[in-house]
Design a protein around this ligand. Structure first.
Ligand SMILES: *[C@@H]1O[C@H](CO)[C@@H](O)[C@H](O)[C@H]1NC(C)=O
Ligand SMILES: *[C@@H]1O[C@H](CO)[C@@H](O)[C@H](O)[C@H]1NC(C)=O
Ligand SMILES: *[C@@H]1O[C@H](CO)[C@@H](O)[C@H](O)[C@H]1NC(C)=O
Length: 203
């Protein structure tokens, strides 16, 4: 078991937080399968007119998943038409539908907003931004945590001490600078949520 998991479980206060998260995951899974037809229609509608702009030439053949990333701080990650990254609490917000494509082995992937067509990118100083053109800054390593969440760290850049910099949304749904993120922090924990209708569409 990782050292940080042990640390997390020890103090009473923190373990209560942990239980709260387990509860949250449970209720989110229900919410996920219980989407209303209106919500599904809105999600389906999100990407339809953008289809012709999809361009996979640079990494043909990779595995593509359409997901929403729901943070442990209870926000859906969005990339808007200005390339700004933030969080929304509206599960039908089109900017929260993401295309997650495997770039290489070892869980390296690129995350693109289906509607805005911006890739999530992190630069050397840990700033998260949307980029229209894919480059190495858009590569993130997906890590499965032991609490059912995933973490996404820059595959290119680390902090000065060599530690990973993560995609993270604060309690207020704002993106955090990579240098301020830690694997232990719930702001870097996300559940990839399945959009059933979207999955059919990509076949
Ligand atoms: C689908 O998108 C169009 C144009 O953006 C919008 O007018 C319409 O209300 C949307 N339909 C649903 C079900 O969200
Ligand atoms: C995008 O984010 C930048 C930096 O936070 C901000 O200055 C700008 O106003 C934002 N643009 C929009 C349209 O939200
Ligand atoms: C990273 O992006 C931010 C925001 O655009 C910019 O201010 C900063 O200079 C960039 N850092 C590097 C090393 O490119």
């Amino acid at each position: 078991m990782h050292k940080w998991m042990l640390k997390w479980n020890l103090p009473t206060l923190l373990s209560r937080l942990y239980l709260h998260i387990i509860f949250l995951v449970g209720s989110m899974c229900l919410a996920c399968s219980d989407r209303t037809p209106e919500q599904l229609a809105a999600i389906m509608n999100c990407s339809k007119h953008e289809r012709h702009t999809r361009n996979y030439d640079y990494m043909e053949g990779g595995d593509v998943r359409i997901r929403q990333l729901f943070s442990a701080t209870q926000w859906f990650l969005t990339i808007d038409d200005y390339g700004n990254i933030s969080g929304t609490q509206d599960p039908t917000n089109c900017y929260s539908i993401l295309e997650i494509r495997t770039v290489s082995e070892g869980g390296v992937l690129a995350i693109k907003g289906v509607k805005s067509q911006y890739y999530i990118s992190m630069n050397k100083t840990g700033v998260l931004q949307g980029k229209k053109t894919y480059n190495e800054n858009c590569n993130f390593k997906e890590e499965f945590l032991e609490n059912f969440f995933n973490a996404y760290s820059s595959a290119k850049w680390t902090k000065q001490n060599g530690k990973e910099m993560f995609i993270a949304l604060s309690q207020k749904g704002r993106p955090l600078k990579g240098r301020k993120t830690r694997k232990e922090s719930i702001s870097s924990h996300f559940i990839p949520m399945y959009c059933r209708e979207e999955e059919k569409r990509t076949d």
